[in-house]
Design a protein. Structure first.
Length: 369
């Protein structure tokens, strides 16, 4: 387990968005102050550098945030107590375009500084104690969405070595197709994720490695609900995944860990990610991914904890020779780089039930059916 400091977490746009959502749940005045700041702006999306928010409104929001009473967070003990704001944080991620303006304003110095008290209370809350833990080797579940009655493909039916070889070829081919030496605004786009998952034209389709997330309390798998660029799935199949004994797992608990992974196993995606990551970060860099084929020589898996996701996702992270972005990952997700895993054939079926379905005045929840 590794604990990232509140200040390091506040460098992450996803964590700042979460803190703003927590503050809004604790104090209705936060939403009113956010609305007053956003009202003069004429766009729903935008990088902070391109916005011109009114300083008085920013200071007013900061004042409200500074006065939020966070003492009740110390009494939050259920590990899913933060789930609604985690869902909001992940669903609002935009790694392929400028962020929601509501997300962007959390980068204003006055607003960010005012969020520190909320950040400290969130990190100290018992409900968030599992966010910085290593992969749970005893409770891993593969989440398979069911769409229009058909289970989606979540892993390629080949050996890991074959999938990684195909993945690497797809990445290299994408680099060649995407190269544009002119202005970044003229570059082609389309690919934005940094997971070991690529599409291509070879027979057999995509190159996808299996991934899993943990089971927490009454939630079958965090992977059923915490998904970037979600399709809004309301039905999933869950299968237990057994890791090999002594699995070598690279743990990502913050931006520095992700940078270390990329620097140790760099793969250039300067052209294929150029347009999308410029749109989402405002930077035109020499971009890098982890070369997962090389990672697999030393590690059986890569795990991004909830804390690691909140600290690293949604930003440009400097590495030797350029920068990288953590995109497409889910909080607490582990991608497996070894064939020595066992995925149980028997599946649990889970459905998302609304409060009306359950006759309860509460958030929609996943139910095993």
């Amino acid at each position: 387990m590794q604990q990232t400091t509140p200040d390091e977490l506040l460098d992450g746009p996803r964590f700042r968005t979460l803190c703003l959502a927590v503050a809004a749940r604790l104090d209705a005045g936060v939403d009113r102050a956010v609305g007053a700041l956003l009202e003069p702006l004429t766009t729903s999306y935008g990088l902070l550098a391109d916005l011109r928010p009114e300083q008085d409104a920013a200071d007013a929001l900061a004042a409200v945030l500074s006065s939020v009473d966070t003492r009740q967070l110390a009494a939050w003990t259920h590990p899913l107590r933060f789930l609604p704001v985690l869902e909001h944080t992940v669903e609002s991620a935009m790694p392929w375009q400028p962020p929601f303006v509501e997300d962007a304003i959390t980068g204003l110095p006055a607003v960010r500084n005012a969020l520190r008290t909320v950040a400290e209370a969130v990190v100290a809350s018992p409900s968030a104690a599992w966010w910085g833990t290593d992969v749970d080797r005893t409770a891993q579940w593969v989440t398979q969405p069911v769409r229009n009655g058909v289970p989606e493909v979540v892993a390629s039916a080949r050996s890991v070595a074959e999938v990684l070889d195909r993945w690497r070829r797809y990445v290299v081919a994408g680099e060649g197709r995407s190269r544009v030496d002119g202005p970044v605004a003229d570059a082609t786009g389309g690919v934005w994720w940094s997971t070991p998952h690529e599409f291509g034209d070879e027979p057999g389709g995509a190159a996808i490695l299996p991934s899993s997330t943990r089971r927490i309390d009454g939630l079958g798998s965090s992977g059923s609900t915490l998904v970037e660029d979600s399709f809004g799935d309301d039905e999933v199949l869950l299968r237990s995944l057994q890791p090999p004994a002594g699995a070598r797992v690279f743990e990502v608990h913050g931006a520095a860990d992700w940078a270390r992974l990329v620097e140790r196993y760099p793969m250039s995606v300067r052209w294929a990610r150029r347009r999308e990551w410029w749109e989402s970060t405002g930077r035109d860099e020499h971009w890098f991914l982890p070369d997962y084929a090389a990672v697999a020589a030393d590690h059986d898996a890569v795990h991004v904890s909830v804390q690691g996701y909140l600290a690293a996702a949604g930003r440009a992270i400097d590495v030797d020779g350029g920068a990288t972005v953590l995109a497409g990952w889910a909080p607490d997700e582990t991608f497996w780089l070894t064939d020595d895993i066992v995925i149980e054939p028997d599946a649990e079926r889970w459905q998302l039930r609304s409060a009306e379905d359950e006759d309860e005045d509460d958030e929609p929840r996943w139910v095993r059916t």
